[in-house]
Design a binder for this molecule. Structure first.
Ligand SMILES: [Zn+2]
Length: 172
């Protein structure tokens, strides 16, 4: 069982689940530990605060327009619940920081993955592009990027031109 140094359980559970489970082992086991390890490792390297859900904070971080409530696990009843999203299985999270852009978080993550063995054996890791947060997920899918990642975007298909563009952007 992995418990992150830098993230609390309410950052991964929607309010309903946090209310039901608190910060028990049953709550933590809802999340795939690989996601927690990725978030914690990236957070350690960037060295500045980052958030998943923020509703558990006493004060809204000033860079956010509203609290983030469904950035980790999503269950039936959540506004953005989708049966096919990796968020529905505790295998995805969306993190943000006021001090570092999502692209820089992705760069940090990719660099860690390529240059260390920290995430070896994690399988294909999905990364969403074109959004204002760092989405990462674990998926049973053939990678399309650097042999171990799967880049995707909400609207439309990722083209080879996209992949070339992101390779330059993320490996900078
Ligand atoms: Zn996401």
């Amino acid at each position: 069982m992995y418990r992150p140094d830098h993230y609390a359980i309410h950052e991964y559970l929607p309010k309903s689940e946090y209310t039901r489970l608190g910060s028990t082992n049953r709550a933590w086991r809802k999340m795939d530990e690989r996601i927690l390890i990725i978030d914690d490792c990236v957070r350690k390297v960037i060295g500045v605060p980052a958030y998943c859900n923020t509703y558990g904070l006493s004060k809204l971080p000033s860079f956010l327009p509203h609290h983030r409530t469904e950035s980790g696990l999503r269950v039936v009843g959540c506004k953005y619940y989708s049966p096919d999203s990796m968020h529905s299985f505790g295998r995805a999270s969306d993190t943000v920081s006021e001090f570092i852009a999502p692209v820089q978080m992705i760069r940090t993550f990719i660099q860690l993955a390529l240059e260390t063995d920290t995430f070896d054996g994690f399988g294909t890791i999905g990364i969403e592009v074109g959004v204002n947060w760092f989405h990462k997920d674990l998926r049973n899918q053939k990678p399309n990027f650097l042999d171990r990642f799967y880049l995707f975007k909400k609207s439309g298909v990722i083209t080879q031109d996209d992949l070339n563009y992101y390779e330059k952007l993320f490996l900078k």
